[in-house]
Design a protein around this ligand. Structure first.
Ligand code: FAD
Length: 317
């Protein structure tokens, strides 16, 4: 018995969401009294052994560069094979884009129960019961997993990264990638200083900005906060901003530590993508805007006056 955690990476770097998954997986292993190991498909520039500081004793690495580009089918086959080789009984992913694409495939291949979007450690006193968010974070469900192998994907930002020190033993794993059924012909890097789904701070704006020519004040605020940019759906639909910035029910779901919403009304479909943010700040000139009900802090005011002042004040810090 052991816990195996996928170490997800991009551009040679381990993603922050993976560090959360490693911390979570190490805690699950501790509860079960079994070892925790990471699974790294491909190569990264970081010191892999140092990932032991998140509580894992081993990193199994399949150092084949084919895996540096994510192909969910190829990944799922390799992870399924690695679970067999390592004898893992709990397999953990981040519930990010990679986890959402790969975890269900692995679960189906292993005939394993899947908890997608876990927000707490399993309750092992009453079997193996995992709390997960449902209905776009409006409610929670406690899911009892009864299969021999269990697959969990952990909601980003619901489990704090904890470095406990130590190094992991790095062991090479021999897994031959299956032939891909799709071919990546081009990769278009999205603009923006910080990737949206990995960002600690997100500065987001809506139709209240009136037009794309006014986004300078939003970009300036994002720049001083080292934040990622986001927008509401009508903004992307109107081509004011690119679609990869669209958050909400039909866009990206984000869970940063700080979400700043500027000129966004707070429709339920928008909130569905952002309501897992730790702190929400809303800037809107309408005191009746629904977003204020969900906000931790609100500023009633004209974005064109408030946002430049906020940026200037932050620059002074
Ligand atoms: P508006 O609703 O027009 O709000 C603009 C806000 O700006 C207002 O509150 C106004 O008071 C404020 N404002 C105006 N001027 C200023 C100013 N000078 N300073 C400060 N504030 C100002 N929406 C999403 O965002 N994401 C989704 O994923 C999504 N999915 C959807 C799925 C479905 C099936 C449907 C039906 C809708 C979906 N929507 C989604 C659309 C959603 O219902 C809203 O229409 C949308 O979120 C509104 O965008 P908005 O807040 O930018 O614009």
């Amino acid at each position: 018995m052991s816990v195996l955690i996928l170490i997800d990476h991009a551009d040679g770097h381990v993603k922050k969401a993976s560090l959360e998954a490693l911390t979570y997986g190490a805690a699950v292993a501790k509860q079960l009294g079994v070892p925790a190991a990471g699974l790294l498909l491909g190569t990264v520039t970081e010191d892999v052994a140092a990932l032991g500081q998140y509580g894992i004793s081993t990193v199994y690495q399949v150092a084949n560069e084919t895996f540096n580009t994510l192909d969910a089918q190829v990944y799922a086959k390799a992870i399924t094979a690695a679970v067999g080789t390592t004898g893992a009984t709990v397999v953990i992913f981040s519930h990010n884009q990679t986890g959402k694409a790969v975890a269900p495939r692995v679960s189906a291949a292993l005939k394993a129960g899947l908890v997608a979007g876990a927000v707490a450690l399993p309750d092992t006193a009453s079997g193996f019961v995992v709390k997960k968010a449902v209905f776009s974070g409006k409610a929670f469900a406690n899911v009892s997993v009864t299969s021999a192998i269990k697959v969990i994907s952990v909601n980003p930002n619901s489990f704090k990264v904890e470095a406990v020190g130590g190094t992991a033993e790095v062991k090479a794993l021999d897994v031959t990638p299956v032939a891909a059924r799709v071919k990546v012909t081009a990769v278009n890097k999205v603009s923006g200083e910080v990737p949206l789904t990995e960002a600690d701070i997100v500065v987001s704006a809506g139709r209240g900005l009136k037009g794309p020519e006014n986004w300078g004040i939003v970009e300036d605020l994002a720049h001083v906060l080292h934040a990622a940019l986001a927008c509401s759906r009508p903004v992307a639909d109107s081509h004011w901003r690119p679609h990869h910035e669209h958050v909400g029910q039909t866009g990206f779901q984000v869970a940063p530590n700080l979400y700043i919403a500027i000129g966004i009304s707070g429709a339920i479909q928008h909130l569905a993508g952002v309501n897992r943010s730790k702190v929400m700040v809303v800037i809107n000139k309408d005191p009746e805007a629904p977003f204020f009900k969900a906000a931790d802090y609100g500023i009633v005011g004209d974005a064109f006056e408030v946002v430049p002042k906020l940026t200037a004040a932050i620059k002074q810090l």
